[in-house]
Design a protein around this ligand. Structure first.
Ligand SMILES: *Cc1c(COP(=O)(O)O)cnc(C)c1O
Length: 416
């Protein structure tokens, strides 16, 4: 640059603050189009996406949860600067570990990814050659022991590493299955009641044989003490979703536990090349995950519970007087621990089954998504619905839509 040009460039630069991303020196016309987004642009309607009231669950297909403003602000702000990926993972990891009383923690691309990354760490340790070798497990511990009743689908994540699954039922079977190839004892919290072996015994088996234990508590951020309970109980690794009950970005999760295992697991994750290289979480979502966790821990969970109960009461009160309708509220103990309504009715009086009511609610305006009976609870038939993901006031819409559809399907007395 010639001296004269340099002076011209400097004099065109703003006095305070740097150039923003779309600003260029005044002398060069900006190549960037402005106004491609902003508050006035509504991509959801532009793309013709259907929105709906989520009275169902924090299920992946429904996009799980809505992020609160403090979480989306962390995304917007975090996206504006370069930081080192390892640096943000280190610092956020330290904070999360402290909040959850774990030795160490890291942000992963969801709970599924936490399972893959955690197991990879248990298999490779700090050996970078092994990290690059996966999913070829030659020379590595590569068997994961799971109770048969816990092998309900999510355990497939573990096989991403190349590891194989060994199914057991009793503690004696665990002891018989453990050998020099055993990498991990894995526990699925939501199936606690179905397995013969409970937390303490599982942890004790791991400690006795010096095999790491891991628990999947994906959808169990409520009750809130679950966030530290399993670390304190002695599980070596704990995996949880960020975008379910905690309302962080849907693509995030947390892996926490033993320092050496977390450090080893990071070798398989970005910015390193390894089996989780594709499970990247960007810096702004790492920051947002931290904010979502902080917010969840600071929430007054008793008040929140009362708020859920009040919303549920609006719905129950609207339908309980209808002839033949039976509303029953229950709380799943583990996984989606929140008041849940099981609504059934006399199908002789109201000519509609659960599937039909679910469809009519979905196709209404606004669409409402509910679950079929038996999704969260034991009892089948009718529908189930929850209120924890509602925006204020949506409980009233649900109440009136339920009355409307149940009323329309009710056989007129004269016709019976
Ligand atoms: C949702 C879920 C997962 C996967 O979690 P993501 O955060 O979607 O990756 C794993 N295990 C259980 C029990 C879950 O409910």
């Amino acid at each position: 640059m010639k001296r004269r040009e340099l002076i011209r460039y400097l004099s065109a630069a703003p006095l305070a603050g740097g150039l923003s991303l779309h600003q260029v020196s005044e002398e060069v016309a900006s190549p960037y189009v402005t106004g491609t987004s902003g508050p006035e642009r509504d991509l959801i309607s532009e793309l013709g996406l259907k929105t709906f009231i989520n009275a169902a669950c924090v299920c992946t297909s429904l996009t799980a949860s809505l992020m609160p403003p403090e979480v989306t602000q962390a995304i917007v702000k975090g996206a504006e600067e370069f930081v080192l990926l390892n640096d943000v993972l280190d610092k956020v990891g330290e904070r999360i570990a402290k909040l959850c009383r774990a030795e160490a923690a890291t942000v992963t691309a969801g709970c599924w990814s936490a399972l893959v990354q955690g197991l990879a760490g248990a298999m490779t340790g700090m050996d970078r050659q092994k990290v690059m070798q996966l999913p070829d497990v030659k020379g590595m511990r590569s068997e994961v022991i799971i109770q048969k009743t816990h092998a309900t689908g999510y355990h497939q994540a573990l096989t991403n590493t190349g590891a194989s699954i060994v199914l057991v039922e009793t503690a004696a079977e665990v002891e018989a299955a453990i050998n020099s190839k055993t990498a991990l004892l894995w526990f699925l919290n939501r199936e606690l009641s179905k397995g013969q072996i409970k937390y303490e015994e599982w942890v004790a088996l791991g400690k006795k044989h010096k095999i790491p234990t891991m628990i999947d508590i994906a959808s169990d951020a409520n009750p809130v003490d679950n966030l530290w309970k399993f670390n304190e109980m002695g599980f070596d690794l704990v995996a949880i979703s960020g975008g379910k009950a905690m309302r962080g970005p849907q693509s995030t999760g947390i892996l926490m536990g033993r320092k050496d295992l977390i450090a080893a697991s990071r070798l398989s994750a970005p910015p390193n090349s390894g089996i989780c290289r594709g499970h990247k979480v960007n810096k702004e979502e790492i920051l947002a995950m931290y904010v979502a966790l902080e917010r969840h821990l600071k929430t007054d969970h008793e008040k929140e519970w009362k708020m859920w109960e009040a919303s549920m009461a609006v719905i129950v009160n609207a339908v309980k007087g209808l002839k033949g309708v039976r509303p029953e509220v229950f709380v799943p103990e583990i996984a989606n621990h929140t008041p849940t309504l099981h609504l059934t009715w006399d199908e002789g009086l109201i000519r509609l089954n659960g599937k039909e009511l679910k469809e009519r609610l979905w196709n209404g305006d606004p669409g409402i998504e509910v679950m079929l009976g038996g999704t969260m609870g034991e009892k089948k038939g009718g529908i189930e619905l929850s209120v924890w993901q509602l925006k204020p006031g949506q409980e009233k819409i649900i109440a009136s839509r339920l009355r409307e559809e149940l009323g329309k399907a009710t056989v007129k007395l004269a016709n019976i």
